[in-house]
Design a binder for this molecule. Structure first.
Ligand code: PLP
Length: 278
């Protein structure tokens, strides 16, 4: 498998980073994951805009222009033997003697790889998936897509331990998001989701879901959602670049609402599938 590291396309085995890289030592970096359908990156501009926002949020200079990012991504996509891909890339603050404060004059480390895009199975789409719930114990910059993911990793493991797909998080009694997805709800036919503040990642799929819902004439509300309200919702969905939109049909070991994906989910899921080839 070919990967990209600091200006070069290399075999995965030959791509080496120093143990002093601040990504390794501090988790000091940001990342993106862009889904690719039929060799075409989906919503690339939005992902590059979010990357810029994350970089600015950790005070790291963007090492590439959008045109350069696009060229590297497209070169890597072309080198992969599969059509549907997940392009992962990260930028760290580079290699320096260990000291918390930013090093001066250090080049960032840029790494990119592309894996086959593993989408939800037919069964997961048709039957929905199980989630567990937990308290959101992460920091207060969840809007930045940083590689410091320990809080998300620990949350996600709770789902793995329970044989569930995701862990849905609540902070101070309010819904934030899940360990690697956004969470949207349906109440009385209205799609409801928490606002894109500092407590959640501004998901590209979350935006797409709202955009498609708007175009499809479905009512939408963006506002804080209490845990009680979330648990009483008619439908709950996960959204992410690899899950697309996925219905939640079991929560903490009990069937969620009807125990099967709801009608609003089916509409938005169909609109999403159509948007992939539009
Ligand atoms: C914590 C978290 N929230 C939300 C998302 C969904 O973002 P996107 O739709 O851009 O993939 C992700 C994606 O990996 C995530 O890690």
């Amino acid at each position: 498998m070919t990967v990209y590291l600091n200006g070069q396309f290399l075999a995965l085995e030959d791509a080496k980073v120093s143990v002093l890289d601040r990504g390794f030592i501090y988790g000091d970096g940001v990342y993106e994951l862009v889904p690719v359908y039929g060799r075409r990156p989906y919503r690339l501009q939005q992902h590059l805009a979010r990357l810029k926002r994350s970089l600015a949020g950790i005070r790291l200079t963007n090492p590439h222009t959008d045109a350069e990012w696009e060229a590297i991504i497209s070169e890597l996509i072309g080198r992969m033997p599969f059509a549907d891909q997940g392009v992962y890339f990260q930028v760290t603050r580079g290699v320096a003697k260990r000291d918390h404060a930013f090093p001066a004059g250090v080049a960032p480390t840029v790494f990119m790889m592309s894996n086959p895009l593993v989408l939800p199975s037919h069964e997961q789409i048709e039957r929905g998936v199980a989630v567990v719930t937990a308290v959101d114990e992460r920091w207060l910059h969840c809007d930045l897509k940083t590689i410091s993911l320990l809080g998300n990793v620990l949350a996600r493991q709770l789902a793995a331990d329970a044989g569930a797909t995701e862990t849905v998080l609540f902070r101070n009694g309010y819904l934030t998001e899940a360990s690697a997805s956004n969470v949207l709800l349906v109440r009385n036919g209205v799609i409801v989701a928490p606002p894109k503040d500092n407590q959640i990642l501004p998901g590209i799929t979350y935006d797409v879901a709202f955009e498609l819902a708007r175009e499809g004439g479905l009512p939408i509300e963006v506002r804080p959602v209490s845990k009680d309200e979330a648990l009483a919702a008619d439908e709950m969905w996960l959204s992410s670049s690899t899950k697309e939109v996925l219905a939640v049909t079991a929560l903490d070991g009990r069937p969620f609402y009807g125990g099967k994906p709801g009608p609003v989910f089916r509409k938005v899921h169909a609109l999403f599938q159509a948007s992939k080839t539009a």
